[in-house]
Design a protein around this ligand. Structure first.
Ligand SMILES: *Cc1c(COP(=O)(O)O)cnc(C)c1O
Length: 223
């Protein structure tokens, strides 16, 4: 199977309102270009240096999504061009993104990462922390960020009951924030679903899926 046919197959099976982010971490530029030539424009990366290197040489109309854990001191490197930061997991990080955006006279779109997995290692806010932040005065003073939705990573399991309940937690929060008007009209992204669980995530309300290995093949990490 080619990259292009993998993408076509996924697109064929998802509603057209759902945005497909092709997760290209660790993959060489040639593979991203192959997807690009097939019309793919949204790409997701996890590592700042890798993203900066790729952005410099790949087509300038790519929408770059940052989806990995982001250290505050590295925000400045991606702030000039990043399209959406999915993985905001602390208030400190929001403050830094706001600061870098202000320097550039722009606003940066972000998602708040919500902790939904039953695993210790995943980053993110819990439901209460998320509500508290959005209601705080400190948050309202951050004029150079827009919170455009929520992101979550479910447990690494094929237990459909468990996955569904984890996705439901974030979907309910997503709906509740809108109902209570804690978020603006640009709050529209529910970023859940990866290669193994995106059909279920879409059933649970996903509007943005992050798919890597089903497009580009398994990743090989050489550490
Ligand atoms: C790597 C990664 C993905 C893609 O994972 P696949 O299983 O290869 O689809 C999605 N989201 C995040 C946050 C990731 O780090």
């Amino acid at each position: 199977m080619s990259i292009a046919s993998n993408i076509q197959q996924i697109k064929h099976n998802i509603p057209k309102e759902v945005t497909l982010v092709a997760v290209s971490k660790t993959k060489p530029n040639e593979m991203l270009l192959e997807a690009y030539q097939d019309g793919q424009r949204h790409f997701g990366e996890n590592y700042v240096q890798e993203l900066v290197d790729k952005q410099a040489v790949l087509p300038q109309d790519i929408y770059w999504h940052f989806i990995g854990h982001l250290q505050s001191n590295k925000v400045k490197y991606i702030a000039p061009f990043v399209y959406l930061i999915h993985s905001v997991d602390s208030f400190k990080l929001l403050v830094e993104i706001n600061k870098q955006a202000e320097k550039l006279h722009k606003t940066i779109d972000c998602l708040l990462q919500i902790y939904i997995a039953k695993e210790e290692t995943k980053f993110g806010f819990d439901v209460k922390e998320c509500e508290d932040i959005l209601q705080s005065e400190d948050f309202k003073n951050l004029k150079h960020i827009r919170v455009c939705g929520l992101m979550g990573m479910a447990s690494n399991t094929d237990n459909v009951v468990q996955l569904t309940s984890e996705f439901n937690v974030i979907k309910q929060l997503f709906d509740e924030l809108k109902t209570k008007k804690l978020v603006g009209e640009f709050f529209k992204y529910l970023s859940i679903g990866m290669s193994s669980d995106y059909p279920l995530a879409i059933e649970c309300g996903s509007t943005l899926i992050r798919v890597g290995s089903h497009i580009f093949g398994q990743r090989v990490y050489n550490q």
